[in-house]
Design a protein around this ligand. Structure first.
Ligand code: SAM
Ligand code: DTB
Ligand code: SF4
Length: 338
């Protein structure tokens, strides 16, 4: 790790590839202990943010991401649908808020945002969710800087745009866009003043070096992401990765612990793949520094643990939901959601 001085005189650490590699290969229990220690310095370790996820535009995507059920390149049984109506989305957001979610994420199976009526509708959705006092996050594919600015003006809190894997492994997984395309959109999001949510997927046939390299790219961004989702591949029949070997819970734990230490103040999200982890394995991930999950029995198109199972998990572990910090405006909400 090298030390840099910020303009304010305090020290900022920059992680070299070698230092991340050494950390990643630390014996697991020692690594988890270090990560848990770092976690406690920056967060209440008993608080785990509950996020809600909704697919506002499902299927028919022109990209060929080898893991994705929504790509039109593969026969996965996911039907292409039109963009959801604003009112329906806001009703879902209200339900999510009532059930304790403090972040509402909307996903669209788009390659990129087009300046169109659909984008105007998404801006309305963002405005509505923001008005409810939840962190509003969207993931819509590639964005230009003016589009990012419009999302910011509508009240967008965060934009999710994952690197998914290392630069080296990227073209084995997706060929319809490049790693640099991803970085360019992240730059547009950052320039618009939107919080960046960017992480990856384990189980895409990548090596440990690929995982280390992805973390190095994330920590080397001019401003590292405030939010880092770590997904385990949900294998989808019909996709090229349907028979991929499942990652072990210890691989997930190692990745989460390393992420927590390399990006100590970021939210580390235990995202897709929780159904293949037992309650005890998820507990190990929380101990290693994961402090957010998606709640609700569906992710975008694939299953997620039942709400009751997560409530029981929180009770058993003594965890509580992280309180929201986005303020509800004082004026009454004029949208159709309430
Ligand atoms: N189309 C937009 C994009 O790709 O940025 C937004 C939606 S896309 C479904 C959001 C993220 O979901 C992907 O970047 C990927 O990390 C994750 N994802 C998709 N399919 C997955 C799967 N089968 N298992 C785990 N994560 C998956
Ligand atoms: C993220 O990193 N994982 C979420 C969210 N960001 C958008 C998506 C997971 C999708 C899993 C496959 C599906 O349900 O379609
Ligand atoms: Fe499309 Fe996003 Fe799925 Fe890739 S991950 S196929 S861009 S919806």
């Amino acid at each position: 790790m090298g030390c840099l001085k910020t303009p304010f005189g305090d020290t900022m650490t920059s992680w070299t590839l070698e230092s991340i590699r050494a950390l990643f290969h630390t014996p697991l229990l020692e690594l988890v202990y270090q990560a848990a220690t770092v976690h406690r310095r920056h967060f209440d370790p008993l608080q785990v943010q509950r996020c809600s996820l909704l697919s506002i535009k499902t299927g028919g995507c022109p990209e060929n991401c080898s893991y994705c059920p929504q790509s039109s390149h593969y026969q996965t049984g996911v039907k292409a649908e039109k963009l959801m109506a604003v009112d329906d989305v806001l009703k879902a957001a209200k339900n999510a808020k009532d059930s304790g979610a403090t972040r509402f994420c909307m996903g669209a199976a788009w390659r990129k945002v087009r300046d169109s009526g659909d984008f105007e509708q998404v801006l309305e959705m963002v405005k509505g969710v923001n008005t409810m006092g939840m962190e509003c996050c969207v993931t819509l594919g590639m964005l230009t800087e003016p589009q990012a600015q419009r999302l910011k003006e509508a009240g967008l809190y965060a934009y999710n745009h994952n690197l998914d894997t290392s630069r080296n492994h990227y073209s084995n997984i997706i060929t319809t866009r490049t790693f640099d395309d991803r970085l360019e959109t992240l730059d547009h999001v950052r320039k618009a003043g939107i919080s960046v949510c960017c992480g990856g997927i384990l189980g895409l046939g990548e090596t440990e070096e690929d995982r280390i390299s992805m973390l190095h790219t994330l920590s080397s961004l001019a401003t590292p992401p405030e939010s880092v989702p770590i997904n385990a591949l949900v294998p989808i029949e019909g996709t090229p990765l349907e028979n991929q070997k499942k990652i072990s819970p210890f691989e997930m734990t190692r990745m989460i612990a390393t992420t927590r230490i390399v990006l100590p103040t970021s939210m580390v999200r235990l995202s897709a793949g929780r159904l293949s982890l037992s309650p005890a394995e998820q507990a190990l991930c929380f101990f290693a520094g994961a402090n957010s999950i998606f709640v609700g029995d569906k992710l975008l198109t694939s299953p997620n643990p039942e709400v009751d199972a997560d409530l029981e998990l929180f009770n058993q572990l003594g965890l509580k939901g992280m309180p929201g910090h986005v303020e509800e405006p004082e004026t009454a909400c004029e949208s159709l959601c309430c």
